[in-house]
Design a protein. Structure first.
Length: 393
């Protein structure tokens, strides 16, 4: 009952439009509190006397956080653009710098955000007045008087924070926000700064390490591309001890089994780094699957001769977001991507049958050479991995 009385009293005290025009922002803010049944119990400015040493010290401390935030944002922008980001194998020079790329951009961006947040919190704690207010809650939507007085109240709150006369803090906050915004912009525009189409038809998104012309010329064609298993041996060791066991033969796989394979050329033996590097290229891993004999299979148009008997080779890079589709369930012939549970059917050209992926896993054309080793007959006939605007399939 007393709440209703108070609300109706407040309504009766409401000023007219003309009266409001004559009111100062402070009066409007006070009116806003009254109309909202807010009682300000205490409002103590942090620095009642302006310009004291304590106040300047507090101001420098807050500005320090913002400047540090701006510094880390600047380092982030420089690292994002200029740090060597292209893959290097552990044995290659420059690997240490490459390995630091993600930690450096992650740490600098994170610290920049963190320090900006700390600066804002420090400002609130050091400069906002200590205020205790009590408000009675009431229902209904706000009318014109409420809206105008609330705006005035917010403006007064802004004044109370004393930000208007704190040039150092405003400038440092502006600098930090500006550089931070630059960093966010660099993130968004990064894809445009680095041109993924450098190389035209041979751009990295179109071809993989299985492309024949990645090897040496032999006569009118190119050297063989074998299907290689990862034995765990490094390049130096393979060159020293020989290549026994790294090239895959049909009899190496039991029916209803799977092996992950990578491209291997005899010319790779000239360079241990290349032997290591090929295992790390993100678009080359392939699942070589041997189906059970007599399995009912549907072949994809244009890929009818890509398989060799019961052996099928599919890209291991999920067409949803690029995770490795590492799981092969022999009972159902399903290939499962553990990231978001997409499933592909090995007996139907690895077409997606469940989950978010919408495209089949690309199939590698394979055969067996006259020595009995699996070889690739060419690259995939479409781009591997997730979709992008320019791809047609
Ligand atoms: S990356 Fe494979 S389902 Fe999402």
């Amino acid at each position: 009952m007393s709440g209703e009385t108070s609300a109706s009293e407040s309504r009766s005290r409401r000023p007219t439009e003309a009266e409001m025009e004559d009111m100062t922002p402070d009066q409007l803010a006070t009116l806003a509190a009254e109309l909202d049944d807010v009682v300000v119990v205490q409002n103590l400015p942090k620095f009642p006397v302006a310009g004291t040493r304590a106040e300047k010290r507090a101001e420098r401390a807050v500005a320090g956080w913002f400047l540090l935030s701006g510094l880390f944002a600047a380092v982030f922008v420089v690292a994002y653009i200029a740090w060597p980001y292209e893959y290097k194998a552990p044995s290659e020079p420059g690997y240490q710098m490459y390995a630091l790329y993600t930690p450096v951009i992650g740490a600098t961006f994170g610290l920049s955000v963190l320090l900006l947040g700390i600066g804002v919190i420090a400002y609130v704690k050091k400069f906002f007045p200590d205020e205790v207010s009590v408000q009675q809650r009431h229902d209904g939507r706000s009318d014109e008087v409420d809206r105008r007085t609330v705006l005035a109240q917010l403006a007064k709150a802004g004044q109370d924070t004393t930000i208007a006369r704190r040039g150092l803090i405003k400038r440092s906050l502006g600098l930090a926000s500006g550089v931070f915004g630059l960093g966010v912009g660099a993130l968004a525009l990064g894809g445009l700064i680095r041109n993924p189409w450098e190389g035209g038809k041979h751009a990295a998104l179109w071809v993989t390490g299985w492309a024949p012309d990645h090897g040496e010329k032999v006569g009118t064609g190119y050297e063989k591309v074998y299907l290689r298993r990862d034995t765990g041996a490094l390049g130096e060791e393979i060159i020293e001890k020989g290549i026994d066991g790294i090239r895959v033969r049909p009899e190496d796989l039991d029916a209803a089994s799977m092996e992950t394979v990578f491209p291997f050329r005899m010319s790779d033996l000239k360079d241990p780094k290349k032997l290591d590097h090929v295992l790390k290229e993100s678009d080359t891993p392939v699942m070589l699957i041997r189906l059970r004999p007599g399995e009912q299979v549907t072949l994809r148009s244009g890929q009818e001769d890509f398989h060799y008997g019961d052996y099928y080779a599919f890209s291991k890079v999920c067409t949803h977001l690029g995770c490795p589709t590492s799981l092969y369930e022999a009972q159902t012939n399903r290939i499962l991507c553990p990231c978001h549970q997409s499933q592909f059917l090995a007996t139907e050209y690895a077409k997606p049958i469940f989950g978010p992926a919408t495209r089949s896993l690309p199939e590698l054309p394979i055969t067996v050479d006259d020595e009995g080793y699996f070889v690739a007959r060419g690259d995939f006939n479409e781009a591997v991995g997730p979709g992008f605007w320019e791809r047609k399939s």
